[in-house]
Design a protein around this ligand. Structure first.
Ligand code: CTP
Ligand code: MG
Length: 169
């Protein structure tokens, strides 16, 4: 019982890993010019806000894709895993952008918390984008949705303690 639970947890994290890396790396290496060029939407608020930068997006894209590539090397299925990693990565980054777009429309300032959206938006989008190519079993999808919020919160808290983030969430 405990054995298969660990197996499920491992499968979930193994599958979604490129998305996690794509989401985490910009916190460390991001910054600089914002993707929206500081432009405002029709409501007068930022399109995405200054937390979504070009450098963060590109570095996230490269790092997440490399993780997919490495998974492919490990399993000797380079092309399949690279493509999967690329889609998961793109999905995570676009989902994160969409999350910020939604937050700005709801008048939630850059860096303020949007519960659920902040912790789950990027993986849901990553799964949606990867879905047409490959979807893991429903148990793995469910496990991803259950473990991601606590992992995301713990990683952010650690980044805050390490001085990488100004907010603990
Ligand atoms: N980051 C970045 N480029 C991205 C995504 C993230 O540079 N495409 C960096 C920014 O420094 C950002 C940090 O990672 O502040 C944390 O990311 P996130 O929590 O997604 O952004 P927030 O600053 O909280 O902004 P928002 O309210 O829009 O989510
Ligand atoms: Mg945030």
């Amino acid at each position: 019982m405990l054995d298969s639970l660990f197996q499920l947890l491992f499968s979930a994290i193994w599958f979604i890993l490129p998305a996690y890396v794509a989401n985490a790396v910009p916190v460390v290496f991001g910054g600089g010019s914002p993707i929206d060029g500081n432009r405002k939407f029709v409501d007068g608020r930022p399109i995405f806000g200054q937390g979504k930068t070009i450098r963060g997006f590109i570095i996230g894209l490269v790092a997440g894709s490399i993780v997919g590539l490495l998974q492919g090397v490990v399993l000797n299925q380079l092309y399949t895993y690279f493509l999967r990693g690329l889609l998961l990565t793109l999905g995570a980054l676009l989902g994160d952008l969409l999350g910020s777009f939604i937050k700005r429309r709801l008048n939630i300032s850059r860096g303020d918390m949007a519960p659920i959206l902040d912790q789950l938006g990027f993986v849901v989008f990553a799964l949606l984008l990867t879905g047409p190519l490959v979807l893991p079993g429903w148990d793995v999808v469910l496990a991803i949705l259950v473990v991601t919020p606590p992992i995301h919160l713990a990683a952010n808290f650690m980044s805050y303690k390490l001085g990488l983030k100004s907010r603990p969430y």
